[in-house]
Design a protein around this ligand. Structure first.
Ligand code: SAH
Length: 478
């Protein structure tokens, strides 16, 4: 028998050795789902080979088509749920299958919260080497979720394009740059949907041309809307390719008439061929340069370009936990590393002697200083620079923190910063994390001197796979 008649298995990627796998591309198989990945995909095994099936759930048997294979794992598209999980929910969003913004709407919300708690535990155990069950285990609390986990986002960024000669705005279809029109997003604040729809209609009526990404023609590229959840104030940002907007005054007037909550209409010009949303130039067309919102008692000014947490209700929950774990009573010196626009710093300043915040983006520090002034908070000092450089310098200057709070980006803390924390030896460290795997890696380093007291997952992004948590640590000899 010729060698080529050997049972055909696996993928035959161009120019590469065929992989000897129990599944092959395009094959339709039935598979039992036994787990849920960190990205929210169902995980099944075929003869020991791991297959990820997005939108499938544990305890389900599904029919799926193999779409992508690698040496150690593959992906399959869900075709049919043969046996259904009791936790399966009907996604209320009509465009759930096409959008890709949410990945967990098909899982009952209470189960999403349990899933997120489990992800934190898994990471702490596997990567951090922590005990998470039984005696003397690290306490990982149940995830704090939202009582109404919908309509929570305070910012919409909607790409505009053309379809059949008309203006559309919505989201990019999966793996493409085709814009699918959308009138409603169920995790978006209703005021944002209302504003985006109004701007789309007005722009169409005034014959404002939509941007054509392929040919780099047309005017309106993005509509960005921000709302202050507590104040109801709305900002509309029009991002265009050119400075000149035909019938600009009419456009502004129509937006004002249609949207009663609008306090600010801003124009950003982005002439570049790029998928970065904002260009360098921003002008206010009408009203204020900023809108205001509150997190807890602290007031924030939000400009078109400034960073602000997208789920303010849960941010308050997260920051209250941070404050609790910081154990500040009013006499402490606190460092807030990766402070952004100073949200955590200003929260902590209410209960501390002095707070030092450090952040790498200069504009964020300018916002932080402005926000401190806005609230009459004087016991804070902000500095621009990398935390791993600025904090060692503070150490040399003799600053002795009682508490250090870190809230790093997804890649976690710089090693030099962890070393500095171990040298500065504050009594408590509070770690706010948006990525449980880098969190676990960093906690393992800090565990040399710190006991992980409590871990509190907080659901900042219901129906998506994102997991946020806050960790309270105490120096072992205290
Ligand atoms: N604590 C803030 C922001 C956290 S997001 C809040 O709750 O809103 C993480 C921040 O770290 C971002 O603002 C990012 O610009 C900043 N950053 C990233 N790398 C940094 C570094 N090496 N040093 C200081 N800040 C950094």
């Amino acid at each position: 028998m010729a060698k080529t008649t050997k049972k055909r298995r696996g993928a035959q990627a161009a120019g590469k050795e065929p992989l000897d796998l129990p599944v092959r591309l395009g094959q339709i198989i039935e598979v039992e789902i036994t787990g849920l990945s960190h990205e929210g995909a169902g995980v099944g095994r075929v003869e020991g080979y791991t297959l990820f099936v997005p939108k499938a759930l544990p305890q389900e048997k599904v029919r799926a088509r193999v779409e992508h294979v690698k040496k150690n794992f593959g992906f399959a598209e869900l075709l049919e749920v043969v046996e259904k999980s009791p936790s399966r929910a009907l996604p209320p969003c009509p465009i759930y299958d096409r959008c890709g913004g949410c990945s967990l709407q098909h899982l009952a919300y209470e189960e999403q919260l349990i899933h997120k708690q489990q992800i934190v535990k898994d990471n702490l155990r596997r990567i951090g080497g922590f005990k998470v069950e039984g005696e003397e285990a690290v306490i990982v609390h149940p995830t704090l979720g939202m009582s109404d986990p919908w309509r929570y986002r305070n910012k919409a960024q909607v790409p505009i394009g053309e379809q059949d000669g008309g203006l559309v705005g919505g989201f990019y279809a999966e793996k493409s740059h085709e814009i699918i029109d959308m009138n409603e997003c169920l995790i978006q604040h209703p005021a944002n949907d209302e504003a985006v729809n109004a701007v789309k209609e007005i722009a169409s009526q005034l014959n404002i041309t939509p941007y054509d990404e392929k040919n780099h023609t047309g005017l309106l590229r993005h509509v960005v809307v921000k709302v202050g959840a507590r104040t109801g104030e709305v900002m509309v940002v029009l991002v265009t390719t050119e400075a000149f907007i035909p019938q600009r005054d009419k456009l502004v007037e129509e937006i004002r008439t249609r949207l009663s909550g609008v306090k600010s209409i801003v124009h950003n010009i982005n002439p570049a061929r790029t998928n970065v949303i904002f260009g360098e130039k921003t002008v206010t067309l009408w009203g204020s340069d900023v809108i205001y919102d509150y997190i807890g008692p602290i007031k924030f000014a939000i400009s078109a370009r400034s960073f602000y947490q997208v789920n303010p209700a849960q941010t308050e929950v997260l920051y209250n936990k941070t404050l609790e774990y910081a154990g500040a009573t009013g006499t402490e010196t606190v460092i807030d590393a990766y402070c952004g626009i100073g949200t955590i710093s200003l929260f902590l300043a209410q209960k501390s002697r002095h707070v030092y915040g450090v952040e790498i983006v200069p504009e964020a520090i300018a916002d932080a200083n402005r926000n401190a002034k806005l609230n009459g908070i004087e016991n804070v000092t902000f500095e621009t620079g990398p935390a791993e450089v600025v904090i060692p310098a503070w150490k040399e200057q003799g600053i002795r923190p009682d508490v250090i709070v870190v809230d790093p980006p997804r890649k976690g803390c710089d090693e030099a910063l962890l070393t500095t924390i171990l040298q500065m030896k504050p009594q408590r460290v509070v770690y706010v994390s948006c990525n449980p795997s880098t969190l676990a890696r960093d906690l393992k380093v800090l565990a040399e001197l710190y006991e992980v007291r409590e871990v509190q997952p907080v659901d900042m992004f219901p129906h998506t796979g994102h997991v946020e948590c806050v960790i309270g640590m105490q120096r072992i000899d205290t």
